[in-house]
Design a protein around this ligand. Sequence first.
Ligand code: SF4
Length: 329
Amino acid sequence: MSKAISLLSGGLDSTLATLVVQRLGIDVTAVSFMMPFGCDTSDRSSCSRNALPVATQFGFSLKLCNLGETFLDIVRFPRHGHGKNMNPCIDCRILMLREARKLMEMTGADFLVTGEVVGQRPMSQKKNTLRMIEKEAGVKDLVLRPLCALNLAPTLPETKGLVDRRRLYGFSGRSRRPQMDLAKEFGLEEYPAPAGGCLLTDPLYSQALKKLLKARDSVDYYDIQLLRAGRQFWAESNAWIVVGRNRTDNEIIRNLRKPGDVLLQVPNVGSPLALVRDPRSSEDIRLAGALCARYTRRHGEARVMVETESGETLEVTPLKPEEVERFRP
Ligand code: SF4
């Protein structure tokens, strides 16, 4: 029996591609990539969805592959540049295909499968780009795209007779109708709405990330997660200040603190938690206090007492709304 590795995000297209190949009698193993920036099946804001339910329903095996640090490098310096925001989609696809190829070789699979549809996404799904991505990933002619195969030249699994090309599809463009009809055919009733992409396609998050990457030579998992919590500010000294928006943010901020961080709050009032990472001077702590006080009900007062986690206190003047803006990333 022929074997294939299918890149499965859990979205509709990659699920259908997997099922089409499975229906041809191929032994399919799906792989879902886990990445920072919420491109991760465990994360609701992600472009990926939990693929386990569909794998269980249709009886194929699913492997999870963590691309953490490697992915961080390509976000910082993508060979093919960023998309509209910080999303390095082309480099990201190349990385995933390279990793999938490794898995293909390890498991003795014959080819790879993706749910890409030509013309569906502006950057990474044009015909020429698909070819270039394959070449750079070292998987030329090995990637079968069952949903749009009839619009592309036959791949190795087709020419070798492992796959019957007549049972593949010729979808193209952005319409979802053909996919929805095919989903019905497979009895696939629940599937996620199409996602625009991972967190890196979000303009606000991208702006915050850009600032972080500019300000720091190295960033880690804690930094990446902290970017998603609360209100983000940067002092002129490049100290990073995060002020919680609600109880959940406050908890996240507390859990993500690192040695050297300073946590502060306004005592005896419903106060957000403020965190200062890499404070360069007491001025940075004071600024964090003024930002923190700004988001309490004492924001109109001239002097407000702020307390650090270690019990030190300082008096600050809460910042005015218009003063806050200059500290945004
Ligand atoms: S949106 Fe682009 S960068 Fe983000 S996971 Fe998808 S392909 Fe990768």
